[in-house]
Ligand binder design. Structure first.
Ligand SMILES: [Zn+2]
Length: 159
């Protein structure tokens, strides 16, 4: 796919020293647009939108934050704990968005799956469809995220 000048500019920016310490693209050999497109296809396959996904993540983080650093039972199968690092981190996109450096950890008691995200992850997914590159410390696998936070939510009614 041919990249537009804006895309090239953004990719340069993401690879620049300012953001490399955060490692948004990790060790992924795909470019930013390929990462975003492949993850978008996964979410579409699951029949969800980025807004629905981010909305659910926000809901879980908000519930977890009430635990003030202790585990909270979000649903019969999901436990959540929120660690507030009391910092802020800027979005790497060229706009003035800053997010709390707050880490949400979700544990699914039935599958044993554990996923964590920062408030920035939620913003990146909702606004930019970006789950970060493979090898990035905060890469979220879309399929695993959907299976963990939406399982038993969208199952067909029993009959
Ligand atoms: Zn942003």
């Amino acid at each position: 796919m041919k990249k537009s000048p804006q895309e090239q500019e953004l990719e340069r920016m993401l690879k620049s020293s300012k953001f490399s310490s955060c490692g948004f693209l990790g060790t992924d050999r795909r470019n930013l647009w390929e990462v975003i497109e492949e993850d978008a296809a996964e979410i579409a396959k699951a029949g969800l939108t980025m807004e629905e996904l981010a909305g659910r993540m926000n809901e879980i983080t908000a519930a977890g934050a009430e635990g003030l650093g202790d585990w909270v039972q979000f649903s019969p199968r999901l436990r959540v704990i929120v660690d507030d690092n009391r910092g802020i981190i800027p979005c790497p996109w060229p706009h003035q968005v800053r997010c709390l450096k707050r880490i949400t950890t979700v544990h699914a008691v039935d599958t044993g799956a554990q996923i964590r995200w920062s408030d920035l992850n939620i913003h990146l997914i909702k606004e930019h469809g970006f789950f970060e590159g493979r090898g990035s410390p905060f890469r979220i696998e879309p399929r695993m995220l959907v299976d963990t936070i939406f399982a038993h939510h969208q199952t067909k009614p029993e009959h």
